[in-house]
Design a protein around this ligand. Structure first.
Ligand code: HEC
Length: 440
C-alpha cells in the first residue's frame, strides 16, 4: 500500500506542494494521459462560453483545480451523469460516465503532484462542433421541421431561471419522428443549462387531452434517433410546452430562443407507419396522485406501478424530480417467473442534471404482457441534501420548483407477441454466440 493511499485525503492536500519535481515515469502526467481524459470528457462544458464555471483547456487552467477535480471524479459528481454502475442495464448510448481506469489515472496524477510531464506529448487541441449549428446535420441534412421557444431576455446576472412558454407545434399532419435535436443559441450556450419540451395534444375543441415528450437536452448531448422499426409520432393539432432552465453566466442575451429540430421518416426511407410498432415517451407517475407530504428534516419514499396488456420494449428512462428528489429506480416484476429484476437505478440523483438514459440497441429491457414495472423514488428534506432550499418546510407535490414532483419519462415501443418473441430469439442467439466466443 502506498503512503498516499494510507493517508488518503491528507496526502492529497500536501501533495500539490511537491510540484512538478515529483513527476516520474510511473505516474501519469498531464501531457501523456490526463489531458486526453479532460479533452474527451470535460472540455465540452469546461471551455470559455460553455456552462462549466471554469475552463479546462490547458495545463495552466487545469492545474489549480487538480485537488477539486480529483474529489469530483472520485465521487462521480463529474462528469454529471448519475446512473449506478453495479446494478441494472449498463449498455447505454451517450454514456458520459468515466471508466474506473480513467478515474484511477486522475487520482494517481493528483496524488503525484499533478505534474505536466513532457510537453511534447500533449495532444493537439480538440475541435468542438461549431456553436449554433445542428450536429445531426452532418448525418441527416437540415431538419425537416423546427420549433422555437418564445423569445426571452436572459439576464447577465442572477439565480437559476425557468422559462416555460407554450407554442404552436406547426405540425399539420401526424408523422413518425426519425431524429430530434435541441439547439440553444450560440450566444446563450453558456447559460442554457437544460431545455426539455413536450407535445400537448389537443382535441377538436382545443382542450388538452394528452402529453408526449418531444425532446430532452443538457449541454453536451447529441440529438436522439428513434430506433428503427418504431414510430414516435409528432402529432398534428398539438402545442409544444417548453421547460428551459437558464443559469446566467455573465452575458446578457436579449430575445433568446431555443430550437428543436425534427427529422421525419418519409417514403424514401422505406418506412411504413402501419407496419412499425408505435413508440411513445410518457411520464409515468409514482406519487399516488400527489397524495404525500415530506416532513421537515425528514425523508420519504414513494412507488408507482404500471403494467401493460401487451409486451413492450423499454427504450429509455429518465427520472424527473425536484429539489428533494435524491434517487430513483426502475424494476420489473415478472409474475410468471416470480422474479424481480433491477432495470435501472440512479442512487446519487440530483435535480441539477437531467439525462434520458437510452439503452443500446439489443439491450433495451423487454417486458412481457402482465409484468409490472415498479418505479421507486427517494426524497431527502434534511440539510444533508445540498439542493434543499429549506429543510424547515413541509413539502408536497406541485408544479413550483420548491414543490416536489416525481415521475419517470419512459420511451416504450408497444410490441405484439410475434415481435416480442422475435426480439427474445435474437438476443438468445447473440448470447449463445458470445458464449461460444465467436461474437464480433
Ligand atoms: C455537461 C457539462 C459538464 C461536463 C461534461 C463536466 N462538467 Fe464539471 N461542471 C459543470 C457545471 C455546470 C459545473 C458547476 C455546477 C455544478 O457543480 O454542478 C461544474 C463544476 C465542476 C467543478 C467544480 C465543482 C465545485 O464544487 O465547485 C469541477 C472541479 C468540475 N466540474 C470538474 C469536471 C471534470 C474533471 C470533468 C470531466 C471529467 C467535468 N467537470 C465535466 C459542467 C460539466
Amino acid at each position: 500500500m502506498r503512503i498516499d493511499k494510507i493517508l488518503g485525503f491528507g496526502a492529497l492536500m500536501i501533495a500539490p506542494a511537491l510540484g512538478n519535481a515529483q513527476a516520474s515515469d510511473d505516474h501519469p502526467t498531464y501531457a501523456n494521459e490526463v489531458s486526453r481524459i479532460i479533452q474527451d470528457n470535460c472540455q465540452i462544458c469546461h471551455q470559455p462560453g460553455a456552462i462549466g464555471p471554469m475552463s479546462f483547456t490547458s495545463y495552466e487552467e487545469v492545474r489549480p483545480w487538480a485537488p477539486l477535480i480529483q474529489l469530483k471524479v472520485k465521487s462521480r459528481d463529474m462528469p454529471p451523469y448519475h446512473y449506478d454502475r453495479d446494478t441494472g442495464v449498463q449498455e447505454l448510448k451517450n454514456d458520459w460516465r468515466l471508466s474506473q481506469e480513467d478515474i484511477d489515472t486522475i487520482v494517481a496524477w493528483v496524488n503525484a503532484g499533478s505534474p505536466l510531464g513532457n510537453p511534447e506529448e500533449l495532444p493537439p487541441p480538440r475541435e468542438f462542433p461549431r456553436k449554433g449549428e445542428w450536429r445531426l446535420a452532418a448525418d441527416l441534412g437540415q431538419p425537416d421541421h423546427i420549433i422555437r421557444s418564445t423569445a426571452w431576455d436572459v439576464p447577465a446576472e442572477g439565480q437559476d431561471l425557468w422559462w416555460e412558454p407554450v407554442v404552436d407545434s406547426g405540425i399539420t399532419e401526424s408523422r413518425c419522428i426519425k431524429a430530434v435535436e435541441t439547439l440553444p443559441s450560440a450566444a446563450a450556450q453558456g447559460s442554457t443549462h437544460h431545455a426539455n419540451s413536450h407535445f400537448k395534444i389537443l382535441d377538436e375543441e382545443g382542450e388538452w387531452v394528452d402529453s408526449d415528450r418531444l425532446s430532452e437536452f443538457a449541454l453536451g448531448k447529441l440529438g436522439e434517433k428513434v430506433p428503427e422499426g418504431a414510430c414516435r409520432r409528432a402529432p398534428a393539432n398539438s402545442k409544444v410546452e417548453w421547460e428551459i432552465h437558464y443559469f446566467p453566466d455573465g452575458n446578457a442575451v436579449p430575445q433568446d430562443q431555443v430550437q428543436v429540430g425534427i427529422w421525419f421518416y418519409d417514403d424514401e426511407d422505406d418506412f411504413v407507419e402501419e407496419e412499425s410498432y408505435k413508440q411513445d415517451l410518457r411520464a409515468y407517475r409514482l406519487d399516488g396522485g400527489g397524495d404525500y407530504m415530506i416532513p421537515p428534516h425528514g425523508t420519504l419514499m414513494t412507488q408507482g406501478f404500471h403494467s401493460f396488456d401487451h409486451p413492450v420494449r423499454i427504450d429509455s428512462w429518465q427520472p424527473h424530480m425536484h429539489l428533494r428528489g435524491v434517487a430513483m429506480s426502475l424494476e420489473m416484476f415478472n409474475p410468471e417467473t416470480g422474479r424481480k429484476e433491477m432495470l435501472s437505478q440512479a442512487s446519487n440523483w440530483t435535480a441539477a442534471w437531467n439525462h434520458s438514459h437510452t439503452y443500446e440497441e439489443g439491450y433495451q429491457p423487454l417486458v412481457p404482457a402482465g409484468a409490472t414495472l415498479i418505479i421507486s423514488a427517494w426524497y431527502d428534506n434534511t440539510e444533508n441534501n445540498p439542493m434543499n432550499p429549506d429543510p424547515d418546510q413541509w413539502v408536497g407535490a406541485g408544479q413550483r420548483t420548491t414543490d416536489e414532483m416525481s415521475h419517470a419519462w419512459i420511451a416504450v415501443t408497444h410490441l405484439d407477441e410475434e415481435g416480442y418473441e422475435k426480439l427474445l430469439v435474437e438476443r438468445e442467439e447473440r448470447d449463445q454466440r458470445s458464449l461460444a466466443g465467436s461474437d464480433d
